[in-house]
Design a protein around this ligand. Structure first.
Ligand SMILES: NC(=O)c1ccc[n+]([C@@H]2O[C@H](COP(=O)([O-])OP(=O)(O)OC[C@H]3O[C@@H](n4cnc5c(N)ncnc54)[C@H](O)[C@@H]3O)[C@@H](O)[C@H]2O)c1
Ligand SMILES: O=c1ccn([C@@H]2O[C@H](COP(=O)(O)OP(=O)(O)O[C@H]3O[C@H](CO)[C@@H](O)[C@H](O)[C@H]3O)[C@@H](O)[C@H]2O)c(=O)[nH]1
Length: 478
């Protein structure tokens, strides 16, 4: 039996783009992406997709209605599919045992129970969501305890490594595809079938197979290593700011060691996104449960350093603005957790804004892909503020960075959108109150040009005040 029909439970940032690329590259396979959210499915079937990813619109248009379908009819899709991806959300638990640490597996469990209830025939169930080690075993138990007669299941782990903002490209040209499964003949047969799907466009040597637990742990380990690199360079950025060393130069020098490599050494206001914090915490909780407190503490430091970096940045803003931001207008450039996405989950901007709002600053916010409704949602959440009404009065939203910065005391760059590289900063400077401050949380702008315009510039990982320029520190070109 080859795979003719695939169903994916969860039409989110992973399920949508992943299935779009499978449908694009496997015209012989019918792919149905289902979700319990009617709104999300309606958006996938409309001209304006629920998520922004470069290249996604075109890819969806090519396959939708041909061999790619988005539907809320979960049961029919499960029944008809040979292979079912579980691509539902696995957020950090906000209640009960493991609160603030463990992954909340209720959506994965609900998906498994639905599959068990309605599936007929032989099915391969593929865990694509990021989960703790041994989640596949739990899925297996749920399926077997509830399955109908004459049904058989094989559960595989196939974690996803795409990054938002480059999802389509990552899916088309992944570094590797990882598939874990039972090392039995049935397990190996299921692995082969999933390999066959990927081999439509991915060279065989990039497809790695292993046991299920290794595969599950590899996903958590990969994200922990990536997040750790960012926390490491951010820790060094604090030393740079205190000494006059320049973090870009240090990162360059460190990254040219071929054993270390240059990627993921970009110091910033802190990492965001739905994955890094959640998955590192997931690993921390796993270690705690395995009675490995030293290992848990080791990885927890990655999160603590990230929180320190965000707080440190806001403290620096406040200090430079003469120790008060109350009633001052501050323009926030960028709200997404990174460029080329409209996603704001765990964005550093949320925490920067939270602290500034607590100090009573007026924030005028501009982001090319995040709408006002989303920002209001993020900044009035109960974990961010106890005074949502007050927060609403302190916020304004803008269609251009120019209107956001008009009459402002400071501009704060939170997201590294390319368009911020090409703005008319002279015009921005002229429209601001003086002294005009610019805080570059992404270390993306040319400090010398901004200083020449007249800005007071503060950037991550470098001393940049005029005094320092005179002392020659401004030689550090970003
Ligand atoms: N976002 C990323 O870049 C990324 C990358 C790699 C891995 N992951 C992992 O992939 C998983 C999904 O992440 P995401 O960002 O796509 O999440 P998401 O929140 O964007 O999407 C999940 C979707 O699943 C739906 N859903 C939940 N339970 C369901 C059910 N029982 N039946 C049908 N639909 C259901 C939700 O309505 C939602 O639309 C997570 O485990 C995440 O850690 C995410
Ligand atoms: O040198 C760097 C690189 C990234 N970041 C920040 O780190 C966060 C995460 O960025 P990135 O990893 O590019 O995006 P994600 O979409 O979160 O992707 C990560 O998380 C996904 C979900 O698990 C994985 O699939 C990907 O492989 C992994 O890169 C963002 O806030 C970035 O701005 C930095 O501050 N410095």
């Amino acid at each position: 039996m080859m795979i003719k029909k695939i169903c994916c439970l969860g039409a989110g940032y992973v399920g949508g783009p992943t299935c779009t690329v499978i449908a694009l590259k496997c015209p012989d396979i019918q792919v149905v992406v289902v979700d319990k959210s009617e709104t999300r499915i309606q958006q996938w079937n409309s001209a304006i997709l629920p998520i922004y990813e470069p290249g996604l619109d075109e890819a969806v248009k090519k396959s939708r209605g041909r061999n790619l379908f988005f539907s809320t009819d979960v049961d029919s899709a499960i029944k008809e599919a040979d292979l079912i991806f579980i691509s539902v959300n696995t957020p950090t638990k906000t209640y009960g045992f493991g609160k603030g640490r463990a992954a909340d597996l209720r959506y994965v469990e609900a998906a498994a129970r639905r599959i068990a209830e309605v599936a007929v025939g032989k099915k391969i169930v593929v865990e694509k969501s990021t989960v703790p080690v041994k989640a596949a075993e739990s899925i297996n138990k749920i399926l077997r305890a509830n399955m109908r007669p004459n049904v058989s299941f094989q559960v595989l782990s196939n974690p996803e490594f795409l990054a938002e903002g480059s999802a389509v490209n990552d899916l088309l040209n992944p570094d590797r595809i990882l598939i874990g499964g039972d090392q039995t003949s049935e397990g190996k047969e299921a692995i082969e079938k999933l390999c066959w799907v990927y081999k439509h466009w991915i060279p065989e040597k990039k497809i790695i197979t292993m046991n299920t637990w290794s595969s599950e742990l590899s996903k958590l380990a990969a994200n922990a290593f990536l997040a750790q690199r960012i926390s490491s360079i951010n820790a060094i950025s604090a030393v740079c700011e205190a000494t006059g060393a320049c973090v870009s130069e240090v990162a360059h020098a460190v990254g040219t060691d071929s054993r270390i490599g240059p990627k993921f050494l970009q110091a910033s206001v802190g990492f965001g996104g739905s994955c890094f914090q959640k998955d590192v915490l997931n690993l921390v909780y796993l270690c705690e449960c395995l009675n490995l407190p030293e290992v848990a503490n080791y990885w927890y430091q990655v999160i603590e350093m990230n929180q320190f970096q965000r707080t440190r940045f806001v403290r620096r803003i406040t200090e430079k603005l003469f120790n008060t931001v109350t009633d001052k207008k501050i323009a926030i450039f960028g709200f997404a957790f990174k460029k080329d996405t409209g996603d704001t989950r765990e964005s550093a901007a949320i925490y920067v804004c939270k602290h500034l709002l607590e100090e009573g600053a007026h924030l005028s916010i501009y982001d090319p892909k995040v709408n006002a409704q989303q920002i209001i949602h993020d900044l009035t959440r109960p974990d961010i503020t106890e005074e949502p009404e007050k927060v609403l009065q302190l916020l304004s939203f803008h269609q251009t960075p120019y209107s956001a910065s008009e009459g402002a005391h400071a501009v704060v760059i939170c997201t590294e959108w390319d368009e911020f590289l090409h703005l008319d900063y002279k015009k921005i400077y002229n429209s601001m109150l003086k002294p005009a401050f610019l805080f570059d949380g992404r270390k993306m702008l040319n400090v010398e040009e901004l200083l020449a315009i007249g800005f007071q510039v503060e950037t991550i990982g470098r001393k940049t005040t005029r005094n320092n320029v005179n002392r020659g520190v401004a030689d550090c070109i970003l």
